[in-house]
Design a protein around this ligand. Structure first.
Ligand code: NAD
Length: 480
């Protein structure tokens, strides 16, 4: 913000869902022209401007907390506590962390240049990328719209956010938050579905930050290639969870159940399937069953802490993955409420339907393994997962998995919580995405790291200039 309050016609386009064709194009022209002008004028560059934007966002989150909770309940039946934990608190913690460290992050990082370039010193300068398009999914519809924005603002950018049309109440509150906190020359939320997304992707952006499924990720990558935009892809996939015989089973069960059934399994980093050493298979299942009852009661449908499936298409898709003959726990469902009970499936093989795609729902298939090497080989047969979890007390197993398996990020003896630590980069690798964010990593992904060498003029040795005759020996000493 430049100190003036957002103008009355400013900011977001709650009505843009209705826009299409020429009207949509005209609206995009208007926003993009205003943002380009604002960025080119350097209004987002100073530390003060960045901090002011971040504080405005924080203020909007604090004052609209109840409205955000209501929206998340309307779309996903998230409890207030879960809404706070995974969306509101998550985002405000990210803003506060950024405000605490921004001054240090913005400073160029200097180093002495190699002797051959003496007398020189080099610096990495952080330059905002410019116009950013942030496309968000429906499962954490508020957090995944605004957590990337924190990095974009911290790095001195302007941004357009396209929330998911599949979480309409959350999309509307995202628009309202931005309307309150920003002029649209700085941040605009453009609501709408695939058509709006495609119209946005047809434009030239300096950076596209996309969170969503792998197939749409490919479309986004192609759109970015057209304009040579930087593209960050935060995708999904099947994230394995390995439990070895040495694991603390009580703790493992509770953490796995929490990681799996938070947001009713509709979490990109939820444990997708379990690989359990045969000797502890039955013991783990009985503890998982106990943890489900502890958390959600004997009738999970009545629990205020268990959400619902986002829409009928996903409800039917998830049900289609359940083989009733393999259900060990749960399996109950109710189409009217789009409710599916926390479900464990046993005796699952790689040929089962549930192992063919990302589940993204409250169904946990369990497969037996005989060794950590078998687990590693099983995971390696599939595309690189976004997350991996290992429950073990064996340090060798831990080292093997961390060293040998390629995955976005993960936990040892925990599940999903690594994404809450701003010190570690959060992102995928290969099929699960490219680029990572959170904390300082967000600042970096929304910045261009510009290398600049500065050379003193008091010394200009002639060894590096022609004629080179007789200088090769000296050059070898200086460079090699
Ligand atoms: P999605 O890919 O269907 O949609 C994401 C966004 O893309 C939405 O805003 C949507 O409007 C837009 N979109 C949809 N079709 C499009 C098209 N043809 N062209 C252009 N834009 C289009 O994803 P989703 O169903 O909303 O979310 C679920 C997926 O997202 C899962 O695979 C999950 O693992 C992944 N995800 C990843 C992360 C992460 O941080 N890595 C976080 C949440 C979800």
């Amino acid at each position: 913000m430049d100190g003036s309050p957002p103008s009355s016609n400013s900011s977001t386009t709650a009505d843009s869902a209705e826009l299409h064709g020429d009207a949509l194009d005209a609206r995009l022209d208007e926003i993009i022209t205003a943002q380009r002008k604002c960025f080119n004028a350097g209004r987002t560059l100073s530390r003060d401007a960045r901090e002011e934007s971040l504080r405005a966002l924080l203020h909007a989150f604090e004052t609209k907390e109840k409205l955000i909770m209501d929206a998340l309940h309307a779309d996903l039946k998230k409890s207030s506590a879960e809404a706070y934990l995974t969306e509101i608190g998550f985002t405000t913690a990210e803003i506060k962390h950024t405000l605490r460290h921004l001054g240090r992050w913005m400073k160029p990082k200097h180093s002495m240049s190699p002797l051959a370039f003496a007398p020189s010193r080099s610096g990495v300068h952080y330059q905002p990328l410019g116009l950013n398009l942030i496309i968000a999914p429906w499962n954490y519809p508020v957090q995944l719209a605004f957590a990337p924005l924190v990095g974009a603002l911290a790095a001195g950018n302007v941004a357009v956010i396209k929330p998911s049309e599949l979480a309409p109440a959350s999309s509307a509150i995202c628009a309202e938050i931005a309307r309150e906190a920003f002029d649209e020359e700085r941040v605009a939320v453009l609501e709408g579905g695939v058509q709006v997304s495609q119209a946005l992707l047809a434009r030239a952006w300096d950076h596209i930050f996309f969170t969503g499924g792998t197939s749409i990720g490919r479309i986004v990558a192609r759109a970015g290639a057209e304009h040579l935009s930087r593209v960050t892809l935060e995708l999904g996939g099947k994230s394995p969870c390995i439990v070895t015989a040495s694991a603390d089973l009580d703790v493992a069960a509770r953490r796995i159940v929490f990681g799996k059934f938070t947001n009713t399994g509709q979490t990109c980093v939820a444990p997708d399937y379990l690989l359990v050493e045969s000797s502890v298979h039955d013991a783990l299942i009985s503890r998982l069953r106990a943890a489900i009852t502890d958390f959600y009661g004997s009738d999970p449908k009545a629990s205020p802490d268990l959400g619902r499936i986002i829409n009928e298409r996903h409800y039917l898709r998830i049900l289609g993955l359940i083989d009733p003959d393999k259900v060990a726990v749960g399996g109950e469902h109710d189409a009217d409420q789009r409710y599916i009970a926390p479900t464990l499936m046993t005796d699952v093989t790689m040929d089962d339907k549930v192992m063919a795609e990302e589940i993204f729902g409250p169904v946990l298939p369990i497969l037996r393994i005989d060794s950590i090497d078998e687990a590693i080989a099983t995971v390696a047969q599939r595309p690189n997962p976004l997350a991996l979890y290992l429950f073990t007390t064996n340090k060798q197993d831990e080292r093997k998995v961390v060293e040998r398996v390629s995955f976005g990020g993960g936990c040892i003896n925990n599940a999903i919580v690594h994404l809450g630590d701003p010190n570690v980069p959060f992102g995928g690798v290969g099929a699960s995405g490219q680029g990572a964010y959170h904390g300082h990593h967000s600042f970096e992904i929304f910045s261009h790291r510009k290398g600049v060498m500065k050379t003193g003029t008091f010394l200009d040795p002639s060894v590096k200039y022609p004629p080179f005759e007789g200088k090769l020996g000296m050059l070898r000493k200086l460079i090699g």
